[in-house]
Write a protein that binds this ligand. Structure first.
Ligand code: ZN
Length: 375
C-alpha cells in the first residue's frame, strides 16, 4: 500500500501533486494504522487471547447443553442434503432460522451460484453468518453442510453423514446459542474483531474426487471473498485479509478423535486448544475423559488433506484444520449415522471450542455472584 502510493507520486512529478499525495497518504495511514501502531491486516499476527479465570471457564461451559443441541440443532441436519436436494433446502432454512432467532444479531448472507458437475449444472448455496459485519477482523469457524451423494441404486439406505459433517455444523449452531449473551456483549464493544460462521455447500465430490468435482462451495466463496473489498470501499484489502484464523471442523463425532497440527504458522493456537482440553480436564468439566484420553496432539503431524480450507490456504489464509487422524472408521459408509456418534466426545469438544472462541474474542462470561458471599 505504501509503495504503490509513493511510486505513483514520483511519476506525477509536480510539487502540487506531491503535496496532494502526502495528504492522501496521511489520511490513508490515519485510517489503517490503529492505536497499537500496526496496520489492521497485521493485527492477527500479534493477537493475544485472554485466559479466562476458573470461575469464568465454569460459567462459560455451563450454558452448553448436549441434549438440547441433539434435538434442536443436530436432528434437523441428519437428512439427505446433497446440493440442490429438498434436504439441502431444509438444512439451509434450519441454519438461517436458528441464527436469526438469537439475540446477538447475526447477519446471515447467502452465496448462491450454479456450477457444472458430472450430473450437469447444479445449484449451490454457502451460508455466511457474521456477528458484527462492521468489524474488520474475523475469527472464522467453518463446516460443510452438504452430504455425500449416493446414486439411486442405494435406494432404501440413507447416507446421514453424521460426522461428515452434520455434527460440526450442529456444534457451530450450539456455540452460537450457548454463548449468545457473551457474543451479544462482545458485539457491542468497540472491538474490530468478530466471529464469522461459514456453512459450505458442495464439499463432497458428486461422482469422484477431482479438482473440479469437489470443494464447490469453498472454491467459490474463497474467490468471491478475494474479489470483495474489505472494509467496504478499500482498494488494497479484501475479505480474505479480514480472516484472522480459519478454523475448519470436519469428521467430528466419532469416539476418541486425535487431532494433529498441519500448519506451523498457527501452531500456538493449536497448542492453546490442547491447553484448554487439559484445563477443563483438571477442572472436572469433561465427561468420559480419563487421564489417558487426549484429543489435541500438537506434535502429531497430519498429511496433506484436501478439504474446504484448501482454497483459503492457497490464498494465504491462516488455518486450523480440526479433522481427526485417522478419519472415523465409519467415514463414507452408511454407518456414519446418529447411532454411532459418541456423545461424550461431542460434549467435550463443544466446551473446548466454546472456551477457545471466548478467549480468542477477549469475551469474558459474566460470573454469577454467589449470594452466600454477598455483603
Ligand atoms: Zn465426506
Amino acid at each position: 500500500m505504501w509503495k504503490r502510493a509513493t511510486t505513483s507520486m514520483a511519476e506525477r512529478g509536480s510539487s502540487r501533486s506531491i503535496m496532494g499525495c502526502f495528504y492522501t497518504l496521511f489520511i490513508c495511514m490515519a485510517s489503517i494504522i490503529h492505536a497499537n501502531g500496526i496496520p489492521w491486516t497485521q493485527e492477527k499476527l500479534e493477537h493475544r487471547a485472554v485466559t479466562l479465570t476458573d470461575d469464568e471457564v465454569r460459567a462459560a461451559v455451563s450454558h452448553t447443553d448436549l441434549e438440547q443441541m441433539w434435538q434442536r440443532d443436530l436432528r434437523p441436519l441428519l437428512v439427505t442434503r446433497y446440493p440442490g436436494s429438498a434436504g439441502s433446502q431444509s438444512v439451509q432454512n434450519h441454519i438461517k432460522t436458528t441464527l436469526g432467532s438469537l439475540g446477538a444479531g447475526w447477519e446471515v448472507t447467502e452465496d448462491t451460484f450454479v456450477a457444472q458437475t458430472p450430473y450437469g449444472p447444479l445449484p449451490f448455496t454457502n451460508l455466511v453468518a457474521t456477528l458484527n459485519p462492521s468489524a474488520e477482523r474475523r475469527l472464522v469457524l467453518a463446516c460443510h453442510y452438504d452430504s455425500k451423494y449416493y446414486p439411486p441404486q442405494w435406494h432404501g439406505r440413507e447416507f446421514q453423514g453424521a460426522t461428515d459433517s452434520a455434527v460440526p455444523c450442529a456444534m457451530m449452531l450450539e456455540l452460537a446459542q450457548a454463548l449468545d449473551e457473551e457474543l451479544k456483549a462482545q458485539r457491542n464493544t468497540s472491538s474490530n474483531l468478530t466471529l464469522q460462521l461459514i456453512f459450505f455447500d458442495g464439499e463432497e465430490a458428486l461422482f469422484q474426487w477431482t479438482s473440479t468435482d469437489s470443494l464447490y462451495g469453498s472454491r467459490h466463496l474463497a474467490q468471491k471473498m478475494e474479489n470483495t473489498p474489505h472494509p467496504a470501499g478499500a482498494t488494497d484489502t479484501n475479505q480474505l485479509h479480514g480472516i484472522d484464523l480459519f478454523v475448519l471442523l470436519d469428521l467430528i463425532g466419532a469416539p476418541s478423535p486425535r487431532f494433529g497440527n498441519q500448519f506451523p504458522n498457527t501452531a500456538p493456537w493449536f497448542t492453546r486448544l490442547q491447553d484448554i482440553e487439559k484445563r477443563l480436564h483438571s477442572l472436572n468439566l469433561l465427561v468420559d475423559h480419563p487421564n489417558s484420553v487426549q484429543y489435541f496432539w500438537p506434535d502429531h503431524r497430519l498429511g496433506h488433506v484436501l478439504d474446504d480450507h484448501i482454497p483459503f490456504l492457497n490464498r494465504g489464509v491462516r488455518i486450523l484444520h480440526l479433522i481427526p487422524n485417522p478419519f472415523p472408521s465409519v467415514w463414507h459408509t452408511f454407518d456414519d449415522n446418529e447411532q454411532n456418534l459418541d456423545r461424550s466426545t461431542i460434549q467435550n469438544l463443544n466446551k473446548i471450542l466454546q472456551v477457545f472462541v471466548l478467549e480468542y474474542l477477549n469475551a469474558r462470561p459474566v460470573v454469577a455472584s454467589n449470594p452466600g458471599n454477598a455483603p
